[in-house]
Design a protein around this ligand. Sequence first.
Ligand code: ADP
Length: 399
Amino acid sequence: MNIFIINSGSSSIKYQLFKMPSTAPVCSGLVERIGSDDVALTHKVTANGEEIKRVFKLGKADHEAGLNKVNELLTDPEFGVIQDRRDIQAVGHRVVHGGERFWEPTRITGEVKQALKKLFLLAPLHNPAGYTGIEVAEKIFPDAVQIAVFDTAFHHTLPPKAFRFAIPDQYYTGNNIRVYGFHGTSHGFIAGQAAAYLERDDLKLISIHLGNGCSITAIDKGRSVDTSMGFGPLSGLIMGTRSGDIDPTVIFYMIDQLGYTPEQVNDLLNKNSGMLGLAGSNDMRDIRKAMAEGDANAKLAYEMYAYRIKKYIGAYAAALNGVDVVAFTAGVGENDVFVRKMVCEDMEYLGISFDANKNSTRSDGIREISTDDSRVKVLIIPTNEELEIANQCYGLLYK
Ligand code: ADP
């Protein structure tokens, strides 16, 4: 079965094609800078163990034009991977927010689309882009089943004591204000990988997703019981451009005393804070370089980033009444030797015995960076959200 996965953002579309049940993508790519005059499409195909990569300049293009070009490439005479676009049986869409209604992979119908539109209110920055991806895919692949997989879904098991805010009841019951949590597809994938790798389904696991956005989740026997992102993706860990946890009093102070509008504060905390605000870049590679050159801001930013993660590990170990595994994933988690070292050192009280040599030895796949006798295993687990979405679509169609 050919399942095409689309992750549609406001200015980009990431895609992968899987011939399920095989878990290696047959092709993948990225359309970027949508909305500009300089849209680019990078398309990769793996054939006979070799990777072919092509970059196409699309000029001015919207989501539909971008996806139309991808569609052409799928059946391209030279490096196409299917005969006909009707060979795509299902299209899986990443949708950021499922609200309280959607927590399973869901076939997209007219009624589901109406419900998705209502969720724009809860995720105004993210859900409209996902919706555009759905509408465009319906035109381009009219014969395929369209399926939505939600970033919030994995966290539907949070207990009320973790998902409620301590504000009057009416804001939850009447306005749906609660913790939803995000990066659920990634945390769910990590939980599955850790359980399979250690051959245990009773793990107390702390999953740490460190990409441009960052979140940490406490997982008990495969179920999410607490998570650091909340009503939106701003809370919790320090991120590339987001502040993470901040005393809300600061927001009122900026509005009342500094004369900022709410939109300006929103922009500041989401787009110009985090590592970018502290150290002038949201790319950890730049910040590490600056740190090596003696930049004090870069050093402090690293310390704050790691310290925040450490505090959450402590909190989640308490929430779980112990921890068997701490897992790092995503761009920073998989690649940044320093962050992992700064987080995991001096955690002996918790049972983490960190192996600095293993930490700095690169290899693909899952690897352990704790000592052999460490009570808590520390793992690096590469995430694969597209594969998880494909698996969930496959599961839905074959249930
Ligand atoms: P997202 O999917 O949220 O955009 P990724 O998971 O791809 O993000 O992570 C992107 C981030 O990963 C980059 O901004 C960068 O900070 C970090 N990163 C990527 N490669 C490395 C590396 N080799 N060392 C340290 N950090 C890295």
